[in-house]
Design a protein around this ligand. Structure first.
Ligand code: GBH
Length: 508
């Protein structure tokens, strides 16, 4: 009786002090992390015997395609600063850290007849440093930096990518899998395939519109399944980890509540992400039906002898189905979609846009990030989590592998704080409605090379001084806010850091 009275009073005091809009909290076994990728942070582009990646090649040969003509030669220099990075993870109190392997740092020519021991050592040092402090590593095998040698043999246009990728994955499992229990094969199929092969907004800028993405998607899914089966058959029995797959999803909504706009949303969904996930997570397997039919029909009318989106054989469908232990989702922004918003006059034929003819827009009054494509849509992470849950009923375990907001340089980042609070409240609401969300990774631990935008857009919880040879890292306000959320497991809108001095809490 006495104890419950004390607890009751304590409860009153606590709720009084905090501005918590809901009394939902993240369960104790929910994991919090931050993410990065190799090319964006490491630097050390020609350290030891490292080979060139398609990003080394592109930024060195066509610097003009990057906004500030910069490159990732040094980036945040995590190659030399990894101990400081781990210290930052401890400051934040992270459970996990997601990073990617540079394929050409480990296999300089892309193929495994020669393995760089210096490259292996770098990742061993990083992994061991994290484990010293009980921070679990999550490895993304591929985050966009293909060995240039493999690109010269066609890259993702060559079906042999499945062999090359499985070979690389096996080396990673062999060398790191004793300590690493969380694996992601590919980061963002759409960005790899559409942006890199169909269009020109990522390396290798192939610009094979209407053709490149679909061939790449097919090859990428087979490569993913090969790497998954390799883990499942030959490593999981002794290593006991899990292996998944990550894609990016925007929180698109139909412009009007009409059947037509709902169809537009479904086609948009199929083209943006379900083409990469239905083959793995749907009951039937294979590419999405409406999109496949549409592209087959258009291809025929355009004089192509076969569909530009080549279907999987029954055997391939079975091989790919079910090959992911969790659904990894990266989420940033969103908007409204409709056929009526499509710019038919400027449509490139053939192209993946022309195939579906769906346009989108985001209202003026939504807060704008430093990245032109990113606006804060109300409830956006909630919308995305519910959509995945509804599309693949059952209880698919989901991990938010990236979520974040860009600013320009500077450590006062109220808009990033607002973005994270809204997103995490949405995550709590989705979990409350039955979404099986296991964990959440903020993008990013620190400022990094933001691809075509160079260093002009910053996603870090920690600011990096790129003018300073030491690449000094300084926590932004959002770092203190995220730390508090991890510690308390609730989103408290009233919390203000007492000072901007970061310390490591006991036990970290
Ligand atoms: C991620 O890609 C990358 O994995 C990461 O390397 C990168 O640094 C980070 O994002 C920040 O760009 O969401 O409706 O506004 C995300 C790629 C590009 C996907 C923009 C969504 C715009 C649509 N995103 N795209 S919307």
């Amino acid at each position: 009786m006495k104890i419950s009275l004390i607890l009751f009073c304590l409860g009153l005091v606590l709720t009084d002090a905090a501005v918590i809009k809901q009394n939902k909290r993240f369960p104790d076994d929910f994991f919090f992390g931050t993410g990065t990728s190799a090319y964006q942070i490491e630097g050390g582009w020609d350290a030891d015997d490292k080979g060139d990646s398609i990003w080394d090649y592109m930024t060195h040969n066509m610097p003009e395609v990057i906004t500030d003509h910069s490159n990732g030669d040094i980036a945040a220099d995590s190659f030399n600063n990894y101990k400081r990075d781990v210290e930052m993870m401890r400051e934040l109190g992270l459970d996990m850290y997601r990073f990617s392997l540079s394929w050409p740092r480990i296999l300089p020519t892309g193929v495994p007849n020669y393995v760089s021991e210096a490259g292996i050592t770098y990742y061993n040092n990083l992994i061991d440093e994290m484990l010293k402090y009980n921070i679990q590593p999550m490895i993304t095998l591929y985050h966009w930096d293909l060995p240039q040698k493999l690109q010269e043999m066609g890259g993702f246009m060559n079906p042999l990518i499945a062999d090359w990728f499985e070979d690389f994955a096996r080396i990673a499992y062999e060398r790191f899998g004793d300590r690493v229990k969380y694996w992601i094969t590919f980061n963002e199929g759409y960005q790899i395939c559409y942006e890199g092969y169909d269009y020109v907004s990522k390396a290798p800028r192939l610009n094979a519109t209407g053709v490149g993405e679909y061939l790449c998607a097919r090859n990428l899914l087979l490569a993913h399944a090969r790497a998954y089966h390799a883990y499942n058959n030959d490593f999981r029995p002794t290593q006991g980890g899990i292996c998944g797959y990550t894609i990016s999803i925007s929180s698109a909504q139909p412009l009007n509540d009409t059947e037509e706009d709902r169809l537009a949303l479904e086609l948009h969904t199929q083209a943006e992400w379900a083409i990469y996930t239905d083959p793995i997570f749907s009951k039937e397997g294979g590419f999405p039906k409406e999109l496949s039919e549409l592209v087959a029909e258009k291809s025929a009318n355009q004089g192509f002898p076969r569909s530009r989106l080549p279907a999987f054989s029954e055997e391939e469908k079975e091989f790919i189905k079910g090959t992911s232990d969790f659904f990894g989702v990266n989420h940033y922004g969103g908007g409204y979609v409709s056929f009526s918003l499509y710019d038919l006059e400027n449509s490139v034929v053939p192209s993946t846009q022309d195939d579906i003819q769906v346009g989108s827009y985001a209202p003026e009054d939504w807060p704008q990030a430093a990245s032109f494509w990113l606006k804060r849509m109300p409830r956006s992470l909630y919308i995305v989590l519910k959509r995945i849950h509804e599309r693949y009923d059952g209880n698919v375990p989901i991990i938010v592998t990236e979520n974040g907001w860009s600013t320009h340089a500077g450590i006062e980042d109220e808009d990033r704080v607002a973005y994270y609070r809204a997103a995490l409240e949405g995550a709590l609401d989705a979990m409350d409605e039955g979404v099986n969300l296991l964990g959440y990774f903020a993008w990013s631990l620190l400022d990094n090379f933001e691809w075509m935008a160079g260093y002009s857009e910053r996603f870090g919880l920690y600011e990096v001084d790129f003018e300073d040879p030491a690449r000094t890292r300084t926590p932004r306000k959002s770092a203190f806010i995220y730390k508090q959320i991890i510690k308390t497991r609730v989103v408290d809108h009233g919390y203000e850091p007492h000072s901007y001095v970061m310390t490591i809490d006991e036990g970290h």
